[in-house]
Design a protein around this ligand. Structure first.
Ligand code: SAH
Ligand code: SF4
Ligand code: F3S
Length: 469
């Protein structure tokens, strides 16, 4: 990990000036934007910044992409298929653009940081106006100005990875918010493309993180999720003066902050100090998303995960002793090169043993440039598919088991949304340990905390009733 460096205030204020100048021209034209986000929370968070800039520049959000004057795809490349899908989407916009020649089509995100990708797309799709990578978000006004002047712009500089503080953002709700604590990743798991596209690990300054959280809470947000590819390695380079557990302590007393979540955690860095912080800080939620990837030590070694099955299980046991109502979710890859049937059985037995509340399961997808893509013994797609089905069937059974534990459970739920079913309105929200529950109630309770008792457990969900609003 290298020390973080920051975009200067002079540069940022230059961008803001450009945005405000553009606004004078854009507002009277009543232009609209549509942003479609693929990928993980990191990309969702980046899209909030781009929407923030667009709003500052005077665009308003369109109802659909067909009617929008500015369309942006924020892309992911962690698995394949994404590229084909993107090409299809971009191709389909050609007709729209013929009808509305002023329409701007932009693509950004991780996929744009892949070697040669920007060039390829510009050549193949002459109707694309703007391409930029994850490091260029703070230069959005400048890029857009050039596009509005008729240029095609591509900015995908992978080396220029300074942290930009204080960028605008447009959030879609008033209850929970993502807060980046770090960018990039230095772990180089052998299957993963993220370090190549998002670059080195860089940690934000603790005071910038805390200030952002305090201001969010002042604006009504009560739940925050600290984001990073591996949040537990926060500050491991010494650049921030504190590590992740200390960061949790430092932000947790922000007045009015009810819930702190964080993701993702890497098992190799989930140390005692972090466990203590989870156990002792009242607003740190009792949920850890702890990707295991495989239950077999040889596969874990070749994945470069730097922990063993035994170590992983010991974290689970420890945390359950310290925090009895804790829930775990995970990510699992099946069909990693060289994964034998026996090795796969180890993954199944681990899933059986742990009892995850939920698991995100993936068939291994070779990513160009990564170590695993060059390994021999690539597993046939048919085998991967079969293993994925077996794993999903097991997890489905474990989810039911996990749900059944909750019958009679009483706790506070943050209302996140509602489904209207005929006469009845079903609200839904999460307990602090991430379990979701549905219950009848009134829409006015959206974003509020209510106490809910679980009355029934279905295959995929819990049903309950409010006992206090
Ligand atoms: N930094 C996070 C996750 C990033 S990607 C972490 O380490 O926890 C999210 C998940 O996608 C990974 O946990 C992994 O399970 C999956 N994934 C990443 N690369 C993959 C690949 N090449 N094929 C299949 N799944 C992959
Ligand atoms: Fe990818 Fe591993 Fe980094 Fe996660 S920790 S982003 S899986 S390299
Ligand atoms: Fe995808 Fe980039 Fe996230 S590759 S998983 S959007 S870091």
């Amino acid at each position: 990990m290298k020390n973080s460096h920051f975009v200067s205030e002079t540069d940022l204020s230059r961008q803001r000036d450009i945005a405000l100048t553009l606004a004078k021209e854009i507002i009277p034209r009543k232009l609209t934007f549509f942003v479609e986000t693929f990928g993980c929370q990191m990309n969702v968070r980046d899209s909030e910044t781009i929407k923030g800039w667009l709003s500052m520049i005077g665009y308003t959000e369109a109802k659909n992409k067909e009617s929008a004057d500015f369309v942006l795809y924020n892309t992911c490349c962690v698995r394949d298929h994404a590229e084909k899908r993107l090409m299809g989407n971009i191709g389909a916009l050609k007709e729209r653009k013929d009808e509305n020649p002023g329409m701007i089509i932009a693509i950004c995100g991780c996929m744009m940081q892949q070697e040669g990708m920007a060039k390829k797309l510009l050549k193949r799709f002459p109707h694309v106006n703007l391409i930029f990578g994850t490091n260029a978000l703070h230069r959005f006004p400048e890029m857009l100005r050039e596009v509005l002047n008729g240029d095609r712009v591509a900015l995908t500089d992978r080396d220029n990875d300074a942290i930009a503080e204080g960028l605008p953002k447009l959030r879609d709700n008033q209850r929970n918010a993502f807060v980046n604590i770090m960018y990039g990743c230095d772990n180089y798991c052998s299957y993963c493309i993220v370090p190549y596209v998002r670059g080195h690990e860089r940690s934000r300054r603790p005071e910038d993180i805390r200030n952002e959280i305090v201001s969010l809470v002042e604006n009504g947000i009560t739940e925050i999720t600290l984001l990073g590819q591996n949040v537990n390695s926060y500050g491991n380079d010494g650049s921030t003066g504190i590590k992740f557990a200390e960061l949790l302590r430092y932000v947790s007393d922000a007045p009015g902050l009810k819930r702190i979540r964080f993701m993702s955690s890497h098992p190799k860095d989930l140390n005692d100090d972090v466990m203590q912080a989870i156990a002792s800080l009242p607003n740190v939620c009792h949920h850890v998303h702890l990707p295991v990837q495989s239950g077999n030590n040889e596969v874990l070694r070749r994945m470069n995960r730097k922990y063993t099955r035994e170590h992983y299980l010991s974290i689970i046991t420890r945390l359950r002793e310290m925090v009895p109502d804790i829930e775990f979710t995970t990510d699992i890859i099946v069909g990693f090169p060289g994964e034998t049937e026996e090795a796969f059985q180890d993954t199944l037995s681990l899933v059986e043993e742990v009892g995850f509340a939920a698991a995100f399961t993936f068939a291994y997808s070779p990513r160009q440039g990564t170590v695993a893509a060059r390994m021999e013994d690539q597993i046939p797609e048919t085998v991967k598919k079969k293993r994925l089905q077996a794993l999903n069937a097991l997890q489905a059974r474990k989810t039911v088991e996990n749900n059944e534990k909750y019958i009679g459970h009483i706790g506070e739920v943050l209302v996140e949304g509602y489904d209207e079913r005929g006469e009845e309105t079903l609200l839904y929200g999460k307990y602090q340990n991430f379990k979701m529950v549905y219950f009848p109630g009134c829409k006015a309770l959206l974003n509020r905390y209510v106490t809910v008792k679980v009355t029934q457990s279905n295959k995929n969900s819990l049903l309950g009733e409010m006992i206090d609003a």
